[in-house]
Design a protein around this ligand. Structure first.
Ligand code: NAG
Ligand code: NAG
Ligand code: NAG
Ligand code: NAG
Ligand code: NAG
Length: 262
């Protein structure tokens, strides 16, 4: 009876020690809540405590919030998906870089060693939020088109900034650099203002952009009138007046003048 009790005590102690040793596999993430703009890159800085400085295989998993399914996305051994790059090592650094962040990358991330079931103690396991770059346009009338002489303001934002305009933005018009800063004021617009305006957000990990087409409407100009058949060619017949001009949206007008009596 006494022997049996001692045996049990040893067993419990062994289990306890195994538990303690297993718990020495600790992973520490630098930041828990991480926000990234769609199309940009993000780094999850991570370190782990490795009791014997053994070489391990580090695995990264992603828990998709919609399905609650875990998927293996990266391994220190080999690349599984090019967008998920393991940038750590095999003895203390478990950092991961995600390139070209997509909306489906949202959710919780976790680290495992050697096998997916080997669960270490994790501190600050990262949760990724993905937002889009947004262009706000302020113009005289929300519903109506932009007309000659109007003033239009374009503001580029991303909600990772928490509404603050702090990121480094550059505006391009048809690919040409136009302005540094989040807000672009287009005063007294003319037909030449029309074009594609790109807002580009630059971070230390790369850049991402969004395009908005601006189309300035203007009334007919350079109007020409063509008479067919030419006047005097056949006096008394009907003739057609073709009125052509440059306008946006294009407007062409055709008048048929009945000249003869019927
Ligand atoms: C742990 O191992 C790595 C390579 O296997 C080595 O570079 C590093 O110096 C070792 N660290 C310690 C504390 O022994
Ligand atoms: C881990 O590796 C990343 C990428 O190389 C590096 O930026 C980071 O400073 C490293 N962290 C530590 C604790 O060594
Ligand atoms: C554009 O921004 C300027 C400066 O903030 C402001 O004075 C103007 O009223 C704005 N125009 C429109 C159409 O929102
Ligand atoms: C603007 O972008 C649209 C759609 O990509 C393209 O069809 C158009 O040619 C572009 N306009 C200019 C002036 O680059
Ligand atoms: C009107 O015609 C002139 C001369 O041909 C040309 O330079 C100008 O661009 C035209 N204006 C428009 C709005 O097409």
């Amino acid at each position: 009876m006494y022997e049996e009790h001692r045996h049990l005590t040893w067993m419990l102690m062994l289990l306890f020690l195994t538990g303690v040793l297993c718990n020495m596999w600790k992973v520490k993430h630098q930041q828990r809540l991480i926000c990234a703009v769609k199309g940009s890159s993000v780094i999850f800085l991570c370190s782990f405590q490795n009791p014997d400085n053994q070489t391990v295989r580090v695995l990264w998993g992603h828990l998709q919030p919609a399905t609650l399914k875990a998927r293996l996305i990266s391994s220190s051994l080999r690349t599984l998906f090019t967008r998920f790059q393991y940038i750590g090592n095999t003895y203390h650094n478990c950092s991961l870089k995600i390139h070209q962040v997509e909306c489906s990358d949202v959710g919780r991330y976790f680290v495992r060693f050697n096998t997916m079931s080997n669960r270490p103690r994790e501190e600050n396991a990262p949760v990724l939020k993905v937002v889009d770059l947004t262009i706000f346009m302020s113009k005289p009338s929300v519903k109506e088109a932009i007309r000659e002489g109007d003033s239009v303001n374009l503001t580029c934002m991303n909600s990772c900034d928490g509404g603050k305009i702090s990121s480094a933005y550059t505006w391009f018009k048809n690919g040409e650099p136009l302005h540094e800063g989040a807000a672009l004021y287009l005063r007294n617009v003319s037909p030449t203002t029309s074009g594609n305006y790109t807002c580009s957000l630059k971070t230390h990990l790369g850049s991402t952009s969004r395009v908005l087409g601006i189309d300035v409407e203007y009334g007919p100009r350079n109007t020409t009138v063509l008479v067919q058949p030419p006047l005097g060619a056949d006096p008394g017949s009907d003739f057609t007046l073709i009125c052509s001009s440059h306008a946006n949206p294009p407007r062409g007008e055709l008048y048929v003048v009945q000249n003869s009596c019927r």
